[in-house]
Design a protein around this ligand. Structure first.
Ligand SMILES: *Cc1c(COP(=O)(O)O)cnc(C)c1O
Length: 432
């Protein structure tokens, strides 16, 4: 491992103390840097494309609090809207017009969504959507894909990517077999495998859920025809198609992957960007299906803080900022510059690598590839990624601390930030 070249005394002190207070010293596993080695840095503040740690080191950030910070951290307009909202109170637990505003924005933006329910996290959205899939079809089985993450609910903790992949936990202890016995899995981009599952489980499959562009096994785009094929297969078998757009929603296009690829699912889950940095999730879809949710219908789902005024305000302001002309062209341009640059540098410095980007989402695997699914992704040299990650960190670039996470850019990242990142990457890759 590269010697520590930055001062991290305070980070080390705080993280050491945290180990006694919270499992692994963190509130969510990947933050602990287990898969890249070395100490995590402890944040003090974030602004625009940058973060500062408690030892006052500055970094260019490509995690963006795992996706929400698409306008840049602590955008002045979001912060000022929040200040105003704060004065009126932090939670109502009752209807507010802010929910209507954000709901309308989501319905206008996302092709599949005619009605929406707000929750507090992507996990919650996915749990609820699963119940709804089963209730609507009166079937129990679902198909998910290896390496796709749909939050930490029991039913989805099968080959679940992200932190689960990072830590190499096959299935989490504490998840009863009964909870996952109706969860069928297939390799991503493998239509034949999905077809076979439908054949073997005739009239039993409620639906198929997927990340239309995978971000939780590293960045893996869908092959041409894959999403279309799933749309056809689900139609043919009377099953629902669900896009988990918690990561891709408002990120790879304003209307998400469904807009980008022109495939409309029956139901969609959202999170991350729509909360603008506050805890929000949402699920929505065809009116006929969403009308089954309580109190309009019999499918129960509720939440004390759901639709709270602060989260709605941050979401509304964030989507407003994204609506400005040129947003996605800009995001695509800088991210492509970053992704192309990283691949070129890897090649020039003699490292097998592959990767790509769509709009403000990118990935780089240390394997010659191509990567079509999680099995392919696992061929990456994760030890090398760990050294790369540490080298970048010590030179002021903060990447997601796992080979199996996508990277994110934001409207606050400038051409100069990208150029600086590439210069640092050249230095690090030359020394790997
Ligand atoms: C992050 C994520 C989730 C879980 O969302 P949380 O807000 O962390 O619970 C679900 N699905 C996908 C695709 C995600 O990226």
């Amino acid at each position: 491992m590269v010697n520590t070249t930055i001062k991290t005394t305070k980070s080390q002190e705080i993280f050491a103390a945290a180990q006694n207070l919270m499992p692994g010293g963190v509130s969510s596993p990947v933050r602990a840097f287990k898969s890249v080695g070395g100490q995590p840095i402890v944040f003090d503040r974030v602004k625009g494309a940058y973060i500062w740690d408690v030892d006052s080191n500055q970094y260019i950030d490509y995690v963006g609090t795992w996706g929400p910070a698409i306008c840049g951290h602590a955008h002045p307009e979001v912060i000022s809207a929040l200040h105003e909202a704060l004065e009126k109170g932090t939670s109502f637990g009752a209807p507010s017009v802010l929910e209507n505003v954000l709901a309308e924005m989501v319905i206008d933006a996302v092709p599949s969504i005619e009605m929406v329910r707000f929750v507090n996290s992507g996990t919650e959205a996915c749990m609820a959507v699963l119940r709804l899939m089963r209730a609507f079809t009166n079937r129990e089985k679902i198909i998910k894909f290896e390496g796709c993450y749909h939050g930490h609910a029991d039913m989805f903790l099968v080959k679940a990517g992200s932190g689960v992949a990072t830590l190499g936990l096959p299935d989490s202890p504490g998840v009863p077999k009964s909870a996952t016995s109706s969860t069928l899995t297939a390799p991503f981009n493998d239509l034949e495998a999905v077809k076979a599952l439908f054949e073997e489980n005739r009239d039993q499959i409620a639906g198929v859920i997927l990340e239309p562009v995978v971000g939780n096994a590293g960045f893996i785009p869908p092959d041409a025809g894959f999403l279309e094929g799933l749309r056809e297969l689900t139609h043919e078998h009377g099953a629902l198609l669900v896009f988990d757009e918690v990561m891709t929603g408002f990120r790879i296009a304003y209307g998400g992957a469904q807009e980008k690829f022109g495939i409309t699912p029956d139901l969609t889950t959202l999170g991350k960007v729509i909360g603008g940095g506050l805890p929000v999730g949402a699920y929505g879809g065809r009116r006929e299906i969403m009308s089954m949710i309580a109190p309009a219908g019999p499918v129960y789902q509720a939440g004390t803080l759901s639709g709270n005024p602060l989260a709605m305000t941050a979401g509304i302001k964030t989507l407003e900022l994204l609506q400005k002309p040129g947003t996605y062209e800009y995001l695509d341009r800088i991210t492509q510059k970053l992704s192309d640059g990283l691949l070129r540098i890897a090649q020039e410095t003699g490292h097998a690598a592959c990767g790509g980007q769509i709009s403000a989402m990118f990935g780089l695997f240390f394997t010659s590839g191509p990567v079509h699914n999680y099995e392919d992704a696992k061929k990456s040299d994760t030890a090398k990624f760990g050294r790369f990650h540490r080298g970048m960190l010590e030179r002021g670039v903060y990447l997601a601390p796992s080979q199996f996470e996508a990277g994110f850019t934001s409207l606050a990242h400038t051409e100069e930030d990208i150029e600086q990142t590439l210069a640092v990457a050249r230095e690090v890759m030359s020394s790997l």
